[in-house]
Write a protein that binds this ligand. Sequence first.
Ligand SMILES: [Zn+2]
Ligand SMILES: [Zn+2]
Length: 350
Amino acid sequence: MKTVGYAAYSSDAKMAPYHFERRALRANDVAIEILYSGVCHSDLHTVNGDWGPQSYPLVPGHEIIGRVVEVGPDVQRYQVGDKVGVGCMVDSCQACDQCDHDEEQFCREGVTPTYGEPDRVNGETTQGGYSKHIIVREEFVLRVPDALDLSRAAPILCAGITTFSPLRTWNVGSGSRVGVIGLGGLGHMAVKLAVAMGAEVTVLSRSKKKAQEARALGATGILSSTDSDAMTEAAASLDLIIDTVPVQHDVSIYTPLLDIDGTLVIVGQVGPMDEFMTIPMIMGRRRVAGSLIGGIKQTQEVLDFCAEHDIHPLCEIIRPDQVNEAFAAMEKGDIAHRYVMDMSSLSVES
Ligand SMILES: [Zn+2]
Ligand SMILES: [Zn+2]
């Protein structure tokens, strides 16, 4: 299938149009016309080569919303015209213990990410959602509920599931006290989801500049990490902290905010951290943990949860040819919304 997208041609080149072929449909494949494609911080890191060498041209994008245009003969669950999504994964072994209990992101043989790694069958580098079409095996296609606005649903597939999964793992519910560090693409979704689960949410930020934004999202307050009196007063007041900051930072200042047995979960890929204080960990059996997206079943669950609770990520709709500007804005600092590309202006013919 002929298609077109935006690709990085090297680690230091700007994103530019790229005409390429999608694989011929396999029996269990779903062909999707992409309508909207979210722009995630990981896309930027990956194309820049920050996380290791890449094979170029590389089409990033793993927040994909579209419509089914064709299905293979063995496809059971989808029909032409269905509204569907694709997130960060497009294949896994489907046989190991992790795949068996719906945690394909931890597949023992390694999950196949939506872009930048070899396809399990033909070995070609997978290409992501900054394109007009994608072909994905049925098991990795999500159903988009009718109640979701297609133009604002894409970020649920990465930012949404990445924050939803730890909220579920640590059983957040009515009365839970949750802190969210950072109010960017992930952070703002963490706040909305935790509030919808019944938690009392505090945003942790360097300054109080984002207090209004935090409250608008449903947070009860904002705590400035540079206000040492307020930080001392807030000691042992949280059950769970979701740390979404995607750059190196000191987590030690936040761990004393956890109550006994509390957990700080890192969801932003940060790389090596500076040394951190072990005393709060020992003195309160506190934990620092990590979490990686979520399985396909849970990704469907977060889509359904957002539909049920009328949760939409804050999105700014852009054209694909504005992606370089979006990258530049994201490099400057966290933005409390997601750029989402409307793919309708991309044409295979041009
Ligand atoms: Zn992402
Ligand atoms: Zn597996």
